[in-house]
Design a protein around this ligand. Structure first.
Ligand code: SIN
Ligand code: MN
Length: 200
């Protein structure tokens, strides 16, 4: 399927071949072995249903109800390097002038979801956020650059890539639910979403 625009999000369905998806999963298994998935705590003090880890010079952590980028995993070790296959996608679709500082890896198990939010902890919003979906289908909801208003929804499938940039860089977005078991890519089921960000 050819790419299309949804409220400024550039959606590239099936961008990654089955082989690329399998290679990525293998690389991400190494990332998670070095930097185990953990459950961040939301501002209200509850554990998020999505588990996370990161690769790159920065990773995303929550501490005392505040989110921030940190140079180390909560267990103390530095984050592993961003897999080269991920950097290749970034260079193809975003820029070869600079690589992302952070590749956030979200894992959605059965029942996991992510509320509407903006990605706004980065210093320079002129850099897009690149999102890569693997495994079970996830229902992406896209709102507006300010809170409230109408939303549109779109099912993201394994191998789909989204570039969130330009005016849509600050658009509210979230994942309402996943179709657990809809893909055979991940042995344990569930959905992985990678988001690559320039942080500094
Ligand atoms: C995110 O906004 O961090 C994740 C989006 C997604 O899971 O597709
Ligand atoms: Mn986001």
């Amino acid at each position: 399927m050819t790419e299309f625009d949804l409220r400024g999000f550039r959606i590239l369905p099936g961008y990654l071949s089955a082989e690329c998806q399998a290679d990525l999963v293998a690389a991400l298994r190494d990332v998670a072995a070095q930097a185990p998935l953990f459950s961040p705590v939301t501002a209200s003090g509850k554990a998020m249903s999505v588990r996370m880890t990161s690769a790159g010079s920065y990773g995303w952590v929550s501490d005392r109800s505040r989110y921030r980028y940190a140079a180390a995993h909560p267990d103390g070790q530095s984050w592993p390097a961003i897999p080269s296959a991920v950097l290749g996608i970034w260079r193809d679709l975003v820029s070869d002038l600079r690589d992302p500082d952070c590749c956030l890896m979200n894992y959605y198990g059965e029942g996991a979801r992510m509320g509407l939010h903006q990605d706004r902890d980065e210093a320079d919003f002129s850099w897009p956020v690149l999102s890569i979906s693997l495994g079970d289908e996830g229902l992406l909801r896209i709102g507006n650059p300010v809170r409230g208003g109408s939303t549109v929804s779109h099912w993201l499938r394994s191998g789909d890539v989204v570039v969130m940039g330009g005016a849509a860089r600050m658009t509210y977005h979230g994942v309402d639910r996943i179709r657990f078991g809809s893909s055979a890519l991940l042995k344990m089921g569930g959905r992985i979403n990678l988001t690559c960000r320039v942080v500094d």
